[in-house]
Design a protein around this ligand. Structure first.
Ligand code: ADP
Ligand code: MG
Length: 316
């Protein structure tokens, strides 16, 4: 018998108050210690999915489906339980640490805050734990008394990671954690996240528009387009031999890790992903797809293939 996965997302759909379905029928599973990458251009629903996992979406957003974290449905949790699960069960590292850190509070106090709120360390032990966490993410413990503006972008992102680790979560969701950083720092932060995940056996969901970064860091990849997962499989296979034309275009667009030119639209792929409130008929990728045939504008495709490698394309 195999153990239940750490995270089991079933048929998750998220609709914003505007009526736009930004995530549509997504299924994902993640085991403890596993690293799943989620790729896709801007606007494909990656952040919506990340926020949904901890019910951090704005009021008015409607969720359906199931999000089982260690077998417990996040969508059915009462408020008190949900608050305990945030940080201690699962935590999120966002892009752009400057906006997530409070400019007028010292770094050490900000790292201490989740531990005090969730009582995961006694007040007397918090200062020591902050020092440990800072050293763990490669910063001197003396940085606890610094303010965010005294740190570089890469150092601030390390602080965000320390905060995410503070309550020993089982799952870390990192949404474009390195996108705002330059290439050298990007690589350092990615190595740090990888090392921490390996040491502590937590599950990682890493989100990026850059497939090369994900292929290098993660065990498995899911490629999202217009709110759906269109391909899912082992990272190296999806990166080197994608079956869905969209995943192919993405992998061709990111030949090198952290290629600065590749922040822009994938080469050879005209146009933008559709707005969720005006989705094309059939396969939503068909208007941009180089291999679309007439049937593609009529019929959408389910994910199919082998148990661990599936794509949603007529040609796959
Ligand atoms: P990604 O992270 O892949 O760039 P997002 O999840 O941020 O994608 O956005 C997916 C879609 O949902 C986009 O079309 C975006 O405009 C829309 N969206 C995101 N946030 C909101 C919101 N708060 N209200 C309404 N629509 C939103
Ligand atoms: Mg995003």
């Amino acid at each position: 018998m195999t153990a239940a996965p750490l995270l089991d997302v079933r048929d998750l759909t998220v609709t914003y108050g505007t009526g736009a379905a930004a995530v549509r029928g997504v299924d994902l599973t993640l085991d403890a210690g596993q690293k799943l990458g989620i790729a896709g251009e801007s606007g494909c629903g990656k952040s919506t999915l990340a926020l949904a996992l901890l019910r951090l979406l704005p009021a008015g957003a409607k969720l359906s489906g199931e999000i089982l974290l260690d077998g417990e449905d996040v969508l059915a949790m009462k408020w008190g339980r949900l608050r305990a699960v945030r940080w201690a069960g699962a935590s999120i590292v966002f892009q752009g640490a400057m906006h997530s850190l409070n400019a007028v509070h010292r770094i050490g106090d900000q790292i201490a805050e989740p531990m005090l709120i969730h009582s995961t360390a006694p007040p007397s032990g918090v200062r020591k734990r902050v020092a440990e966490l800072l050293e763990h993410v490669g910063l001197p413990a003396s940085r606890a008394s610094s303010y965010p503006h005294e740190l570089s972008g890469g150092q601030r992102q390390r602080v965000m990671i320390a905060m995410a680790l503070a309550c020993d979560p089982r799952l870390i969701v990192a949404d474009e954690p390195t996108t705002a950083l330059d290439v050298m720092i990007q690589a350092q932060i990615l190595r740090l996240i990888e090392q921490l995940v390996a040491e502590q056996g937590v599950g990682l969901i890493m989100i990026s528009h850059d497939l090369a970064v994900l292929a290098d860091t993660c065990d498995r990849l899911a490629v999202m387009y217009a709110g759906r997962v269109v391909e899912q499989g082992p990272a190296s296979e999806v990166y080197s031999a994608a079956r869905h034309p969209y995943a192919k275009a993405l992998s061709a667009a990111f030949p090198r890790i952290g290629d600065p030119a590749s922040r822009h639209a994938p080469q050879g792929l005209p146009g933008d992903p559709p707005d969720p409130s005006a989705l094309p008929s059939g396969c939503t990728f068909h208007p941009r797809c180089p291999v679309a045939v007439e049937a593609c504008s009529v019929e959408d495709q389910e994910l199919r293939g082998e148990a661990d490698w599936k794509a949603a394309c007529l040609h796959a």
